[in-house]
Write a protein that binds this ligand. Structure first.
Ligand code: TTP
Ligand code: MG
Length: 477
């Protein structure tokens, strides 16, 4: 157990939407929702202004639009997020060479190599300095937690979000965690939480007060021991700087051997959700799906399946997993199940909207033609209305999501070769310069001409095939 507060965990605030607000001044202080990708038609993240309406990560876009119809709905621009991420990670690397990057906006730093004897006042100053440098270099706010372990640092960075710092002084770990719900500990998902609730344990403090034997009795040896230690603020995990980013996996050891396929499928689904969440965060798709099955007698097999096309669809990944799992004999009992994805590549842009459509009940595997009207539905009303010529278009069903969807899924593919503009995209106009797509549809595209260093800019509507308009680059940091 470390005695100095040398572990720092940093997580950027509302990361994707914060980048959008920096690049698009007219959206600052407004509700912004980034999504429509990753887990099919779901919110990747919402700005804090949109969260006040109850919009959050992993919610369906349809539900988000119901709760916050006036938000700007934008498709992700992963290249812009990665560029911001590189700047932030570079600043962290100046503090210590020992870094474990967990995702595009999250990393641990171990200060042992550079500040082995640091104390609470010292690390408070250092963490504030790091947050200040990040804000100056990128305009982004970061929340930071500091403590003697990864566990405490990670929980700490969430305690004063957004734009907050929590330093957990050595010796106060257990009391800092005590009042938190058990769910906040690593490795506690809905099933484990449920089991602990059954035994009357709702807070981390209640788990800490139980004996290790009691917790092992409830959760099994390996899991129970770890959870009990974590509840007491004990966590000796080292940083893993060379994380294998080429695959992502999750596994669970069960407290009793499972033979029920339905139960196994449920566990598999929850693990798949975690895995897909992880790759979605980095804008990655996977081609190879793997399961790992350990039987009652510890014999272990792995089986994998390679898809024609990389995907980040939970449905597609889950159907491969079920397929693989169906071929495994489970009758004698399974003690461990793991699911993983590999063959990771950058998100295939062309999949974006077919994925959105698949989410709303179409055949998941079917590639749907995408015509511009769908795109209009993605941008909300926080932005000024489209100019009058667009409003004059016949639209008996309105501009609602469902209406547009029906129109598209029953329509013919758009073979006209007209570019498919997406809300949020960077564009450049030969005379007016750089801007972004605010809305598109019905053969038109509305562009707002502004950038990180301008004030809120004017909008102008063009024909979708206007030769003066082309895809642009994200602004540089
Ligand atoms: P988070 O750090 O979980 O969320 P956040 O930065 O948006 O908000 P917070 O202030 O609470 O930290 O994830 C970082 C980015 O990863 C997020 O901006 C969008 C992306 N992401 C997804 O694409 N899908 C998801 O399910 C989650 C949770 C995040
Ligand atoms: Mg974050």
């Amino acid at each position: 157990m470390r005695t100095r507060p040398v572990i720092l965990h940093l997580d950027l605030d509302a990361f994707f939407s914060a980048v959008e607000q920096l690049h698009k001044p007219s959206l600052r202080g407004k509700p912004v929702v980034v999504g429509g990708t990753g887990r099919r038609g779901v919110v990747a993240t919402a700005s804090y202004e949109a969260r006040r309406f109850g919009v959050g990560s992993a919610m369906s876009i349809i539900e988000a639009r119901r709760r916050c119809p006036n938000a700007a709905y934008l498709t992700p621009r992963f290249h812009a997020y990665r560029a911001a991420s590189r700047v932030v990670m570079g600043l962290l690397a100046e503090v210590s060479p020992l870094i474990e990057q967990m995702s595009v906006d999250e990393a641990y730093v171990d200060l042992t190599p550079t500040h082995p004897g640091i104390d609470v006042p010292g690390v408070t100053e250092l963490a504030e300095e790091v947050r200040r440098r990040i804000r100056e270099a990128t305009g982004l706010t970061a929340s930071v937690g500091v403590g003697t372990s990864k566990l405490v640092a990670k929980i700490g960075s969430d305690l004063n979000k957004p734009d907050g710092l929590t330093v957990v002084a050595p010796g106060t770990e257990r009391q800092t965690l005590a009042a938190l719900p058990v769910r906040r500990l690593p490795g506690i998902g809905p099933a484990t939480q449920e089991r602990l609730h059954k035994f009357g344990m709702h807070t981390v403090g209640e788990v800490a007060e139980a004996t290790e034997k009691e917790i092992v009795g409830i959760l099994g040896q390996a899991h129970g021991t770890a959870v009990h230690q974590h509840a007491r603020g004990i966590d000796n995990r080292e940083l893993e700087p060379e994380r294998d980013a080429k695959s992502v996996s999750a596994e669970e050891t069960f407290s009793r051997d499972l033979t029920d396929r339905r139960e196994l499928n449920e566990h598999a689904r929850r693990m798949a959700e975690r895995v897909v969440g992880r790759i979605a965060k980095d804008g990655l798709c996977a081609r190879t799906i793997t399961i790992k099955v350990r039987s009652y007698d510890f014999s272990t097999i792995t089986r994998s399946f390679t898809l024609d096309q990389p995907t980040d669809s939970l449905n597609k990944i889950m159907s491969s997993i079920r397929h693989l799992l169906d071929a495994v004999d489970v009758s004698d009992g399974i003690r461990l199940l793991g699911v993983g994805v590999a063959g990771l590549t950058d998100f295939a842009q062309t999949d974006l909207l077919s994925d959105l459509l698949a989410e709303v009940g179409d055949e998941p595997d079917e590639r749907r033609p995408v015509s511009p009207p769908v795109l209009a539905a993605v941008t909300g009303g926080a932005l000024e209305k489209l100019p009058p010529e667009s409003e004059k278009q016949p639209s008996t069903k309105g501009f609602g999501w469902t209406a547009e969807l029906e129109e598209t899924t029953t329509g013919e593919p758009d073979a006209s070769g007209v570019p498919e503009w997406r809300p949020g995209q960077d564009v450049v106009h030969t005379e007016r310069g750089p801007g972004w797509v605010q809305g598109a549809g019905l053969g038109r595209v509305t562009v707002r001409f502004e950038g990180p260093h301008t004030g809120p800019g004017p909008i102008k509507t063009f024909r979708a095939d206007d030769p003066d308009l082309s895809l642009g680059e994200p602004p540089v940091w």
